[in-house]
Design a protein around this ligand. Structure first.
Ligand SMILES: Cc1cc2nc3c(=O)[nH]c(=O)nc-3n(C[C@H](O)[C@H](O)[C@H](O)COP(=O)(O)OP(=O)(O)OC[C@H]3O[C@@H](n4cnc5c(N)ncnc54)[C@H](O)[C@@H]3O)c2cc1C
Length: 402
């Protein structure tokens, strides 16, 4: 009949080929599943992101993709300046490494790994409809894809989550970030910078890359109604007012689902991974590593369920394995309250810098060398006591943060 196209049949459809989707497609295709990997963009494509790849991320890059940290794709930095409203709180010369990358190149590499593992790529492909019950997706060119299982790895504005739950996230809960890309200049911007007061319940960053410098500010959306003002004044710490004006013209923004994960990451035969499942650390803003890990776990769960002949068990298997990641985000939320409850107090940041044990714990978390679970109870208690003290002694400052 005219207008009706035969559906192309797969074991698994993965929607979105960022770190989560490429990881899911790679492990599933490698295990022998027939995988359709659908992305609205052709690769390489841009993705707004600081592009800081942590130690945690390095581990998943290797185990999932066999991808190493190569100088062409990454710039590795071990020097870090911690600041508070522009005031230097400390320069750490031997911080655990952060590997700075451009997501355009990084994601294209992961996408290639997924295709090489055997996933059939549909990109660019605009999806006009997702039917979670089937599961089935319809593409703008009329093609219809059907599978036993579907993984939604389509980011913070996930169309898959919308098809399942009506909307991806409550806008009141998410974070928002702005970034600009500055040209690299000789002798300038050679270390990573973090300013813990550049935004409310968030921070500002300078991440030097191989060919440019990413400057950004981000924090809880509701607590930063004027993020552009924060961005502008943060930029002016580093460049002239004129240059900041020019840079602001290229300023871009995006939402991050930080600390707002879905307890049940999916429904029926649809699993959500990465940002679509809300797996961004609310303290550091790190999302790439958990995106890759959750994609891997979702892909593995689909493989196990299909091999057992029971696709309906995939979501349950995935939930069991994802529980650790969700607990880590719970712990991060607790620490987030400790750090940002008193954002006016520089004492909080000085504490980070001056107490070696706490500073080390913070750096290990920031660089993904350790999980929150690995920080000893004693250090956490110490942190709480220090932050508690700083609350009692904080200077009175009017306006700004809540
Ligand atoms: C400003 C900013 C700075 C950040 N900095 C860092 C950082 O330095 N380090 C870090 O670890 N994390 C950082 N993050 C978080 C990180 O970018 C995300 O957590 C990560 O990209 C999540 O990966 P993902 O695969 O889930 O989603 P994404 O990377 O968003 O990929 C989703 C994919 O789905 C595709 N897609 C979307 N909708 C559809 C559709 N309808 N149909 C088909 N395809 C679709 C997109 O084209 C995209 O390729 C930052 C985020 C922001 C916004």
């Amino acid at each position: 009949m005219e207008g009706l196209r035969m559906a192309e049949r797969f074991d698994l459809i993965v929607v979105g080929s960022g770190p989560a989707g490429s990881a899911a497609a790679t492990v599933a295709a490698r295990a022998g599943l027939r995988v359709a990997l659908v992305d609205k963009s052709a690769f390489p494509r841009d993705k707004l992101c600081g592009g800081a790849v942590t130690g945690r991320c390095v581990q998943y890059l290797d185990t999932i993709f066999g991808q190493q940290i190569t100088p062409g794709l990454f710039r590795t930095l071990t020097r870090l300046r911690l600041a508070y409203k522009g005031e230097t709180m400390g320069v750490i010369k031997d911080a655990p490494p952060l590997h700075m990358t451009m997501r355009r190149d990084f994601d294209a590499a992961l996408h290639r790994h997924a295709a090489a593992a055997g996933a059939q790529v549909f990109a660019p492909a605009r999806i006009t409809r997702i039917d979670p019950a089937a599961p089935r997706v319809e593409l703008a060119d009329g093609r219809v894809l059907e599978a036993a299982l579907l993984i939604g790895a389509d980011g913070c504005n996930s169309a898959t989550a919308r098809a399942l739950f009506g909307r991806p996230f409550d806008p009141a809960d998410v974070s928002f970030a702005l970034e600009v890309e500055l040209p690299r200049r000789k002798g300038q911007f050679r270390i990573t910078e973090i300013d813990l007061a550049a935004a409310n319940w968030g921070y500002g960053w300078v991440f030097p890359k191989n060919n440019s410098i990413t400057v950004g500010v981000g924090g809880m959306h509701l607590r930063n109604p004027d993020m552009k003002i924060h961005m502008r004044s943060y930029l002016e710490q580093f460049v002239s007012a004129q240059e900041a004006e020019t840079a602001m013209q290229g300023c871009k923004g995006a939402f991050l689902p930080a600390g707002v994960y879905r307890k049940v990451p999916g429904a029926g035969r649809v699993l959500l991974a990465g940002d679509a499942a809300g797996l961004v650390d609310p303290v550091t803003g790190e999302g790439i590593a958990w995106a890759m890990r959750s994609g891997q776990l979702a892909g593995d769960a689909c493989v196990a369920a299909l091999k057992a002949g029971n696709p309906d068990t995939a979501l349950r298997l995935y939930r069991q394995e994802l529980a650790y990641v969700q607990r880590e985000i719970d712990r991060a939320r607790q620490i987030q309250r400790l750090i940002f409850f008193s954002p006016q107090s520089a004492t909080v940041v000085r504490t980070l810098v001056r107490k070696p044990r706490i500073q080390r714990a913070f750096l290990h978390i920031l660089s993904g060398e350790r999980d929150y679970q690995d920080i000893s109870g004693k250090t956490l208690l110490n942190m709480s006591m220090q932050f508690g003290k700083s609350l009692l002694t904080r200077p009175r400052v009017s306006g700004g943060a809540q």
